[in-house]
Every structure is written in structure tokens, then in C-alpha cells.
Design a protein around this ligand. Structure first.
Ligand SMILES: [Zn+2]
Length: 441
């Protein structure tokens, strides 16, 4: 078995790995670098318009040319975050093979392909329920196992190969009281461990936090408290979170308890909500979709200006993205301008990249200058922390481990945890970098 580290080994994002067994390859995830993607829009460039080569040069796409001569039989996607799926429209042309994904993830991928006017490729999207197995060939069978993360239908992928079982733990937390969906399928995870795992691949985004990640239930309590207190003032209340975090958005809707009209502002927010609605994960009749940023109906803005105490505005902009609704309001590009009494709740954390930190600094500074009251970090993470990783390693008990989804420092910190658990760096744990491969014996 050969493991290819294609993207996600020098940064948080751009995730793409592959396993080769007897000349056949399965790719796991196909994401972009969110940092470089945001840089594009800052330079006035559009992802949809740029070709594959240019995007690779700009650092947006993973460099998968190493797979050029390989027989790729499937792409198995772990979950629907953009740093795991956004490269699909740019790279699928060269593979023309099934794209396996859980139902919500599959719906997001379909929308992505349609956005890129690639309807011809919709036929490759293959929805997989938890427990389903795709019997791809003599060399590969792929099973999806229920996991928890910060997006619906997250999964741990079990890849049965002719050279042994591989488990793919890309973006998970061990949430025993999730507010949407079920807790991780511990029974199945234990069974996989008992069957004997050759190689485990694990994300390592929050490896430096020496604790377990709190449950989404904790975030729900925080959201309820933040909204109850915000409503003590008769000012406009804005709240922002990750557009794909449907569980969180549901909590926001529940916390509102019907007291205010909820208005959704921002294209990505609408896109993810519509996808969730299609699968019955959220009831969109409970709020008003205001339209895409350029076409936001001015009557909605007029209504908020007239009676701010009647509205809760759920918008994009939690990372301070320059083209988000919150940034545009602070830049006075909308009819609605922030007023001194207004409140903005960030139900998110800053994804720690230099560009996000800079963007958040700018948006927060502008808001403060406009007298806005800011409430930050009404949030818990969707990523496993050090002690969650230790828990999963003990359940799965793999022979070998490769950490993914981080710079060398993060990968090395995960390797250090593995050493604590009895693994040996360079022998049973491999620290990889983009563009390299390793033979797993
Ligand atoms: Zn994720």
C-alpha cells in the first residue's frame, strides 16, 4: 500500500490524500486552501473563472499531478467543508470516477458542481448512508461510519483494501451530546479496532489543546444566554456563524423562541441552509431569506432601520471576509449602517490563519469605531482535542498512523501524542509533507 500526501500537510486546509493498492487509487477529500482562496477575492480574481494550472500556481489547489498516470477508481469525501470538497469542480475532469459522500455532503457537492455549470458531472456524485459499503473493486471497499463534527453527516471512512484496513478520521470530534444527528458510532469504531487497522489517518487541527473538546450542547447553552441578554436592549442584534454549521444555526433559531423575525443575509448562508432544508435537517419557513449580497432587498434594510428591536439578523462574516455581509455593512456599502446601540455576536472562532486574523482585526476595529457592541467566541470547536485523539487512538488501536490537516508543527504534535501512546516516529508514525508518498508495509 502506498500513501500519497497531496495537500494539507503544510497548512490547515487544501486537504487531499490518496491510497494506492495493486495499481488502483482511491482519493480521500479534494479541498482548496481557504487562505489562498480568500486572497484571490482580495485581488479581484474569481475562483470559478481561473483554470486549474493558474489555481495551482496561486496555491489554491492541491498539486495532484503525482497521480497523473494512476488509475483512480473513486474519490471518497469525508464531509462537506470547503477545505475538503472545493477542488472537486476543478479536478474531477481528470478522474471521471464516482465521488462517494454522505447525503448532506453529496448535496453540497451537487450545488458546487452546478455553480460551476458542470451538470454533466452530477452523475458521479454517489450518496452513502452510514453503514453503507461501496464495493469498488478487488482492492477497495469503502464504508461510512457516523462521526460528529461541525457540519451534518460528518463521517469516519473505513477503507478495506487488499493490503489492510485504513481508517480516515478527517475532521471529527467525539461529541456524546450533539444537538443535530447522532453521537459517534462507538460500537462500529470498536469493531473496526478489533478487526485490526493497518493505517489510521487523523486530522490534528486542535492537537495542542490539552483537553477534550466540549460538546455542541455547551455552545447551544452559550447561544441561548447570549441571545436572551442581547434582547434586553431594543437594538438590532446581528449574529454570525459558519454557514455550514447547521446545528449551530438551529440553536440560534431555537434561542430566538419566536421573539424576533430572523433574517438571513449572505449567499453562502443561504446555500448551506437550502441544502439542509432539502434533506429535512432544518425548517427554513422559520426565517426570511433576504437574497444574495448584491440583491439584498432594500425594503428589508429599511425595515431593520425602522424597528431594529424586531429583528435578529443571521449573516455571513464570522471570519471578517471582505466580501461578507458584515464587512460590507461596516464599510457602508449597504443602505443599513450600524448604529451605536447595535450588537454583533460572533458564534465562531477565528480560524487561525494570518489572513483571517487580519480580516477579523479590520472588521472589529470598524465596528468599534461605529459604536457596535461585540460579543466574541460564543462557540465551541468542531475539532477533536488532544484527549479526544487519545481516546480514538485507543479505540481503533491502529498499527500505523499518519497525521494530516496541519503545518509540520501540528503534525509533529500529533506524532508526539502517538509516541506517548507507544508509537515510534519514522516507523509507526509518519510525518509527511505535500507531494511525498510513503510505502506502508
Ligand atoms: Zn471540517
Amino acid at each position: 500500500m502506498k500513501f500519497y500526501a497531496i495537500g494539507g500537510f503544510k497548512e490547515v486546509g487544501k486537504n487531499m490524500t490518496a491510497i494506492e493498492v495493486n495499481g488502483e487509487v482511491v482519493i480521500f477529500d479534494m479541498g482548496v486552501s481557504m487562505e489562498h482562496l480568500i486572497e484571490l477575492s482580495g485581488r479581484g480574481l474569481n475562483y470559478e473563472d481561473l483554470d486549474e494550472q493558474k489555481l495551482r500556481e496561486l496555491g489554491v489547489l492541491p498539486n495532484d499531478l503525482i497521480l497523473n498516470t494512476k488509475k483512480v477508481i473513486a474519490i471518497a469525501i469525508s464531509h462537506g467543508h470547503l477545505d475538503h470538497i472545493s477542488a472537486i469542480p476543478k479536478l474531477i475532469r481528470r478522474y471521471n470516477c464516482p465521488i462517494l459522500a454522505t447525503p448532506y455532503t453529496a448535496e453540497i457537492i451537487r450545488r458546487l458542481l452546478k455553480d460551476h455549470r458542470m451538470e454533466d458531472y452530477l452523475k458521479y456524485v454517489t450518496p452513502m448512508q452510514y453503514g453503507d459499503t461501496a464495493d469498488l473493486s478487488q482492492n477497495f471497499k469503502i464504508e461510512y461510519v457516523n462521526m460528529t463534527h461541525s457540519i451534518p453527516d460528518a463521517s469516519l471512512i473505513a477503507a478495506y483494501t487488499a493490503d489492510g484496513l485504513v481508517t480516515v478520521g478527517f475532521d471529527y470530534k467525539l461529541d456524546n451530546t450533539p444537538t443535530l444527528g447522532n453521537k459517534p458510532d462507538y460500537r462500529r469504531l470498536k469493531e473496526l479496532g478489533n478487526e485490526g487497522i493497518k493505517l489510521h489517518l487523523s486530522e490534528c487541527v486542535h492537537i495542542s489543546d490539552e483537553q477534550r473538546c466540549p460538546s455542541e450542547k455547551v455552545a447551544k447553552d452559550m447561544v441561548f444566554d447570549a441571545i436572551d441578554r442581547a434582547y434586553l436592549d431594543s437594538s438590532a442584534v446581528f449574529i454570525t456563524s459558519f454557514a455550514s454549521h447547521i446545528a449551530r444555526i438551529k440553536s440560534i433559531v431555537e434561542a430566538n423562541k419566536g421573539r424576533r423575525e430572523i433574517i438571513i443575509l449572505g449567499r453562502s448562508m443561504e446555500n448551506y441552509l437550502e441544502a439542509a432544508s432539502t434533506l429535512g435537517l432544518i425548517d427554513t419557513s422559520k426565517f426570511t431569506l433576504a437574497g444574495r449580497p448584491k440583491t439584498v432587498k432594500s425594503n428589508i434594510e429599511n425595515r431593520i432601520m425602522k424597528n431594529p428591536e424586531k429583528y435578529l439578523v443571521l449573516s455571513t462574516g464570522n471570519q471578517g471576509e471582505p466580501n461578507s455581509v458584515l464587512s460590507r455593512i461596516t464599510n457602508k456599502e449597504y443602505r443599513y449602517n450600524f448604529r451605536k446601540e447595535d450588537q454583533v455576536i460572533f458564534s465562531s472562532t477565528v480560524i487561525p490563519t494570518p489572513i483571517n486574523k487580519a480580516n477579523r482585526y479590520v472588521i472589529e476595529r470598524n465596528m468599534k469605531e461605529q459604536g457596535v457592541r461585540i460579543l466574541k467566541d460564543v462557540h465551541v470547536s468542531g475539532h477533536a482535542m488532544k484527549e479526544d485523539h487519545r481516546d480514538l487512538l485507543r479505540i481503533l488501536n491502529p498499527e500505523k498512523i499518519i497525521p494530516v490537516h496541519g503545518e509540520t508543527e501540528r503534525l509533529a504534535s500529533f506524532a508526539s501524542l502517538c509516541e506517548e501512546e507507544g508509537f515510534i516516529i519514522g516507523d509507526t508514525v509518519h510525518i509527511m509533507t505535500d507531494g511525498r508518498y510513503v510505502n506502508i508495509k
